[in-house]
Design a binder for this molecule. Structure first.
Ligand code: DX5
Ligand code: ZN
Length: 232
C-alpha cells in the first residue's frame, strides 16, 4: 500500500455532527482523499464517540475511502461489525490487544465473509516504539503514528513521536505511514520529511471557513517537504 501520493484524510471528529451528510459532501468536494472516522469507547481512551451504525450511515453518503481508526479495547470483538459497516481502511491500536496478529486475522476473515476489500492498519501511541510491530508488520498495509495521545481532537502536535517513522520504514518499505494528531499546514512538513504520506487533520480542516484552502495548503506543504518531485 506504500504510496507516492499525498493522502489528506480529514477527521470527522471535528465536523458539525448535526450536519454530518453536508459536512461529508463539503469536505469531499474540497478535495479530501479519505474520510477519517474516530471510534472511541470510553475505556481505551477517556472519550466516547461513535460506533458501527454511524460508520454505516457515513458510508451511505461518502464516495472516498473510509479510514476508520479504532481507539477501543479488545478490538477483536468489534472488527467484524466495522468491516460490515463499510470500513475501507481499518486501524486498531497495538496497545489494545496482546495478540495483534489475531485481530488482523479476524479482519481478514470478516472481509472475506462480507465480500469487502479492507486495508489493515495498526496505530502506535506516541511512546510506543516501532519495534513492537516486528511480528506483525508484514501483515499490515498501514502504520498510523499518533502525534498526540489519543482521545480528543484539537491537541498539540508532539514532534518527537515522528522519530519512529525511520524505524517503521526500516522494518518495511511497503507500508504506508499515516500521522494523526495536531497536524497543521505549519507542521505537516515534519512527518512528511520522514516519509509519512497520509495525514489526518481534524481541527486544521473543519475549524476553518474554507475546507478547500485548508486541504490544499496541507497537501502543498506536505508535497514541498518531499522536495517537490517525488510525490504527486
Ligand atoms: C485523536 C484522533 C484524531 C483527531 C485529530 O485521538 O485520533 O484523529 O480527530 O484531530 P486534530 O487534527 O484536531 O488533532
Ligand atoms: Zn484518528
Amino acid at each position: 500500500m506504500n504510496s507516492d501520493k499525498i493522502i489528506i484524510s480529514p477527521s470527522l471528529l471535528s465536523c458539525d455532527f448535526a450536519r454530518l451528510k453536508d459536512e461529508i459532501e463539503a469536505v469531499e468536494k474540497a478535495g479530501a482523499d479519505w474520510l477519517h472516522v474516530d471510534v472511541m469507547d470510553g475505556h481505551f481512551v477517556d472519550n466516547i464517540t461513535i460506533g458501527a451504525p454511524i460508520v454505516a450511515a457515513i458510508k451511505k453518503y461518502s464516495t472516498v475511502p473510509l479510514d476508520v481508526h479504532l481507539m477501543i479495547s479488545r478490538p477483536e470483538r468489534y472488527v467484524e461489525s466495522f468491516v460490515a459497516a463499510g470500513s475501507d481502511i481499518l486501524t486498531f491500536h497495538i496497545e489494545a490487544d496482546f495478540n495483534p496478529g489475531w485481530v488482523v486475522d479476524r479482519i481478514l476473515k470478516a472481509a472475506q465473509k462480507h465480500g469487502r476489500e479492507v486495508q489493515i492498519g495498526i496505530s502506535l501511541n506516541p511512546d510506543t516504539p516501532a519495534a513492537n510491530l516486528r511480528e506483525v508488520i508484514d501483515l499490515l498495509d498501514m502504520v498510523l503514528v499518533m502525534t498526540v495521545y489519543p482521545g480528543f481532537g484539537g491537541q498539540q502536535f508532539i514532534e518527537r513521536a515522528v522519530d519512529k517513522i525511520d524505524d517503521i520504514l526500516a522494518l518495511s518499505n511497503r507500508v504506508l505511514v499515516q500521522v494523526d494528531g495536531g497536524i497543521t499546514s505549519e507542521n505537516i512538513h515534519i512527518p512528511a520529511i520522514k516519509g509519512a504520506t497520509s495525514f489526518v487533520a481534524g481541527t486544521a480542516v473543519f475549524k476553518t471557513p474554507d475546507y478547500a484552502k485548508a486541504i490544499s495548503d496541507l497537501r502543498e506543504n506536505a508535497r514541498a517537504a518531499f522536495g517537490g518531485g517525488n510525490v504527486v
